[in-house]
Design a protein around this ligand. Structure first.
Ligand SMILES: Cc1cc2nc3c(=O)[nH]c(=O)nc-3n(C[C@H](O)[C@H](O)[C@H](O)COP(=O)(O)OP(=O)(O)OC[C@H]3O[C@@H](n4cnc5c(N)ncnc54)[C@H](O)[C@@H]3O)c2cc1C
Length: 317
């Protein structure tokens, strides 16, 4: 309940232009600025540096060029081109070929057909360079359409793509069964948005129980599922379930977000598990950043301290 209230609060704050202005001004200014805890940087070069660090520590990554809910086709086209250009940079850097994106970044809210075209442009460029593309899941107005678009490209033969399912949605066990049936790769998350009780669980115990149900479905019948959580109980339950069913660690992986529970990332890696870190970067980091704050109200303390520090070190003018 507290977690849900905090999510509502931070979603409201995310709409504040003044706050966005303040955060954008100070959040990424210096290497120690507060938003850098969760965001690798504003440029692909900074993301590559982060990726190299992750790989040096024995893990893998998926790179996310931040951006969502673009308002014009020109912006959607720019995001599409940015992803394609990014592939060459990643290949040249020699890091892992795995990216994540959001359909509203490719124009889903403006025109679905163009969004599908944009996604295909990215998938074609990805396929020729052996990239895997994960389609992130956004809030519930986009759940069905995201799954529909994903199934469309799947039917068209694209196999270098995977989807995300959110355990907090009451529909998700059915969606997982469907994705298992077509052989698609699923990343399972709890879900990061504010959703009505009619379609989503609000209590942590209910979300966790749903997560475990879907985790079992994916481990038993899924393709290379990604169990994406920082919750130690859910991670333990996953490990124990896999061990009891004789499912080797190579058949699934854990995923976590950049900057969150690095201790747990290392521990899992040391136990021989595949760990992939989600590395967000880019100039449009504010909505992503606010979702991370909403998940853990304690984060607000470090942001306020960071803001005060940044302002006090600002040159006088
Ligand atoms: C790889 C990856 C990809 C994701 N993709 C999507 C997506 O496409 N769509 C979507 O809706 N959601 C996505 N999420 C976010 C997800 O839905 C959750 O909101 C987020 O992972 C927090 O939930 P949790 O499972 O870690 O559990 P929680 O119960 O929220 O957290 C468990 C513990 O993790 C730590 N923790 C969690 N969040 C934070 C934080 N922000 N700051 C500091 N510590 C924290 C704390 O120690 C906490 O006690 C993704 C998450 C991951 C890991």
């Amino acid at each position: 309940m507290i977690a849900y209230a905090s999510r509502i609060f931070f979603h409201a704050l995310a709409g504040s232009r003044a706050l966005k202005h303040l955060a954008s001004r100070y959040g990424m200014r210096n290497p120690g600025s507060f938003a850098r805890r969760f965001i690798a940087g504003e440029t692909i070069d900074e993301a590559i540096v982060a990726a190299r660090g992750i790989e040096a520590a024995g893990m893998t990554e998926t790179l996310d060029l931040l951006g969502e809910s673009v308002a014009t086709m020109a912006e959607a086209d720019a995001a599409t081109r940015a992803y394609v250009t990014m592939f060459d940079r990643i290949v040249a850097a020699g890091i892992g070929r795995n990216i994540s994106l959001k359909l509203t970044q490719l124009g889903l809210t403006i025109d679905r057909a163009t969004c599908v075209d944009n996604l295909r442009r990215i998938l074609d460029a990805a396929a020729s360079r052996d990239f895997f593309v994960r389609v992130d899941m956004e809030n519930s107005p986009y759940t069905q359409v995201t799954l529909d678009v994903f199934e469309t490209i799947w039917q068209q033969g694209y196999r270098n793509a995977g989807i995300v399912l959110q355990a907090y949605l009451r529909r998700t066990a059915d969606d997982a069964a469907r994705m298992n049936a077509i052989g698609a790769r699923v990343r399972l998350v709890k879900g990061a948005y504010r959703e009505p009780r009619s379609i989503a669980f609000h209590r942590k115990t209910d979300v966790d129980a749903a997560f475990l149900d879907v985790m079992r479905l994916l481990l038993d019948h899924g393709q290379q599922p990604a169990i994406a959580t920082h919750d130690p109980d859910l991670i333990d339950a996953t490990r124990k379930y896999a061990a009891a069913r004789g499912i080797p660690a190579a058949r699934y992986e854990f995923q976590m977000l950049y900057g969150i529970r690095r201790d747990l990332q290392a521990e899992l890696r040391n136990r021989g598990h595949g760990v992939r870190v989600y590395v967000p970067f880019g100039r449009e980091w504010f909505p992503y950043f606010m979702r991370r704050l909403g998940e853990r109200p304690a984060n607000i303390g470090f942001v306020i301290r960071g803001l005060l520090r940044e302002r006090s070190t600002q040159p006088a003018h």
